[in-house]
Design a protein. Structure first.
Length: 86
């Protein structure tokens, strides 16, 4: 163990919510989210990311999409781009 305190699920949820507010069309795998969206200094495990994403999905804040490669991707709920009326 590194001596750093791990983030709580609530802190991970807040970090993801903040990221989606700043990047509303962001979409990635849990692994990509952990690697690219969250601060390395926070020492967040992939399990914590999965728990936070499940919590957000259950409450309708995030959506889980199955990509063509079979891996789930996560995005902010309602983040689909609206088509322009012709």
């Amino acid at each position: 163990m590194t001596g750093r305190a791990r983030c709580s699920t609530e802190q991970v949820v807040r970090s993801l919510s903040r990221y989606w507010r700043e990047n509303p069309f962001a979409c990635d795998t849990a692994e990509g989210i952990r690697l690219w969206w969250l601060a390395p200094a926070d020492d967040i495990s992939i399990e914590q990311v999965h728990v936070a994403l499940a919590w957000l999905c259950e409450r309708g804040v995030a959506e889980r999409l199955l990509a063509a490669d079979g891996r789930p991707r996560f995005r902010r709920a309602g983040a689909r781009r609206r088509r322009r009326a012709s």
